[in-house]
Ligand binder design. Structure first.
Ligand code: SAH
Length: 390
């Protein structure tokens, strides 16, 4: 097997368990590296670090799959890892929908699998993982006998790995407009044309967290996508809900979701730029009992963190101004590049500028089907905060 030797003078990150080996941490490579080959990683003095897959074209040269000298990377390895991933979710009470595989956190870097009842949506985001797609599909077939499997590999990160963007069926074709159940509601999930895998399962518990504060409330939800939070607000007894998203498709789907749950009279949607709307409406003096913000990741690279922080501050400041005294702001951030402390600090700065006092109601991360591994920053990405705005 190909051997990768690490530089002598690197931090102990890999030795301490982190699964990534950056290109500049590699001293030398002995053997074949083509096609995402399986490699053995050793320290400069030949201590075994683990086995993983290599891509010298990527910034992350090797991603480790196992630390166990006796574990072989073959079809059975993927079958076993998927079984373990499913066992963990079952232990936590997941039956129907869940993120079945959350990349590094399931010791399967570069692999995402979402389970929507009997249907599975898969992403292989690195060359060395893409190679094992047939084995992964086979394991899914054997464990779940699913009604369908769909590939959402139409994501730009694949190009950094030299992989094409593509999407399509990995099983017999099926109707890609699914209906899932969540917290007692029904939601349409478009696995073919929806964002990412079609639905943001990570906010599953957080959607329930708004239950009491929206009762009888006038609610504004910005960056609503298919209206998951907004439909929940309606379901939990909001008086009125207005959802905003820049995507016409998302808004159309959000309206269908309202209808599906008998909430068309409560939940309304507009396709607008939320930045403009928040700015204008806070100037106009509009007031809501609850304002919810769930913007996309404002940054994907370390270089633009400051810009992202400015974006979060801006929308949260506007959002707070739109909240009646004693009302609530529900605010999220989904990039790991803004870690929880920085997010909280940004919200506090926004409150200072808005001249509002805050009381923290709850501060949460993503649901437990997206476990966080301490020290692996990219697994700690979702911040969900509810504050009372005084
Ligand atoms: N709350 C949603 C997820 C939101 S994802 C849920 O729980 O399912 C972020 C959304 O922001 C996307 O739907 C995207 O279309 C939208 N978006 C991005 N830029 C925007 C803008 N400037 N104004 C309004 N919506 C925007």
């Amino acid at each position: 097997m190909t051997k990768v030797y690490l530089n002598k003078k690197i931090s102990r990150r890999i030795e301490n368990g982190h699964p990534w080996v950056f290109g500049n941490e590699v001293e030398k490579v002995e053997g074949d590296t083509a096609g995402g080959a399986t490699v053995e990683v050793l320290t400069h003095d030949k201590k075994f670090m683990g086995r993983g897959y290599i891509n010298m074209q990527s910034q992350i040269a090797v991603r480790l799959l196992t630390r166990d000298r006796n574990e072989v990377i073959d079809e059975a390895f993927f079958y076993n890892r998927l079984q373990e991933a499913w066992k963990y979710r079952q232990q936590l009470g997941y039956i129907d929908n869940c993120r079945l595989v959350f990349g590094e956190a399931d010791f399967l870097p570069g692999l995402i699998i979402d389970k929507f009842s009997d249907y599975f949506v898969l992403q292989t985001l690195a060359l060395g993982m893409d190679r094992w797609k047939p084995a992964i599909v086979d394991a899914l077939q054997r464990i779940f006998q699913p009604k369908g499997i769909y590939e959402r590999n139409d994501v730009p990160v694949r190009e950094l790995e030299g992989l094409p963007q593509q999407k399509g069926f990995l099983s017999a074709p099926f109707d890609t407009q699914l209906i899932i159940r969540e917290n007692g509601l029904q939601m349409y999930v478009d696995v073919e044309n929806g964002q990412k895998t079609g639905y943001f399962l990570d906010q599953h518990d957080n959607r329930r967290a708004i239950q009491h504060i929206v009762k009888g409330a006038d609610v504004l939800g910005a960056f609503c996508y298919t209206g998951s939070f907004e439909t929940h607000a309606g379901f939990y007894g909001a008086k009125s809900v207005l959802g905003l998203d820049i995507s016409e498709n998302a808004v159309a789907q959000a309206r269908r979701n309202a209808e599906l749950n008998g909430l068309s009279g409560v939940c309304r949607y507009e396709a607008v730029n939320a930045f403009d709307a928040l700015k204008q409406w806070s100037k106009d003096g509009r007031q809501y009992d609850v304002v919810m913000l769930d913007p996309p990741a404002f940054t994907k690279s370390r270089e633009t963190i400051q810009k992202a922080v400015a974006g979060y501050k801006e929308i949260n400041l506007r959002g707070m101004k739109l909240v009646k005294k004693g009302g609530f702001l529900v605010t999220s951030s989904c990039t790991n590049l803004v870690q929880p402390e920085l997010f909280l600090e940004t919200i506090h700065l926004a409150a200072k500028d808005a001249r509002r006092r805050l009381r923290q109601v709850t501060f949460q991360a993503q649901a437990s089907d997206h476990p966080i591994v301490p020290g692996w920053e990219n697994t700690n990405y979702l911040k969900f905060l509810i504050v009372q705005v005084l």
